[in-house]
Design a protein around this ligand. Structure first.
Ligand code: ZN
Length: 76
């Protein structure tokens, strides 16, 4: 299992649209909706969430920040 698979990032079907409310751009990644919600993005109640390039970037940024906060918490 590679790193992306471990994060629940999967390949997507061609033509899938971003699941973020109000977006609708072409999706580049599919992730567990649970994880996407944790990052603060608005997706529906499906199990899988599809993210476009921009929202995937946002997702990565937010999850990175969360990890950093956790690190601070545990090292304090
Ligand atoms: Zn999007």
């Amino acid at each position: 299992m590679n790193k992306l698979e471990a994060l629940g990032v999967g390949r997507i079907d061609k033509g899938a649209k971003c699941s973020v409310s109000g977006c609708g751009r072409e999706a580049v990644r599919s992730l567990s909706a649970e994880k996407v919600k944790t990052a603060g993005l608005k997706v529906g109640n499906e199990k899988r969430a599809y993210l476009c390039k921009e929202h995937y970037k946002e997702f990565k940024k937010k999850t990175k920040k969360d990890k950093q906060i956790e690190k601070w918490r545990y090292s304090a």
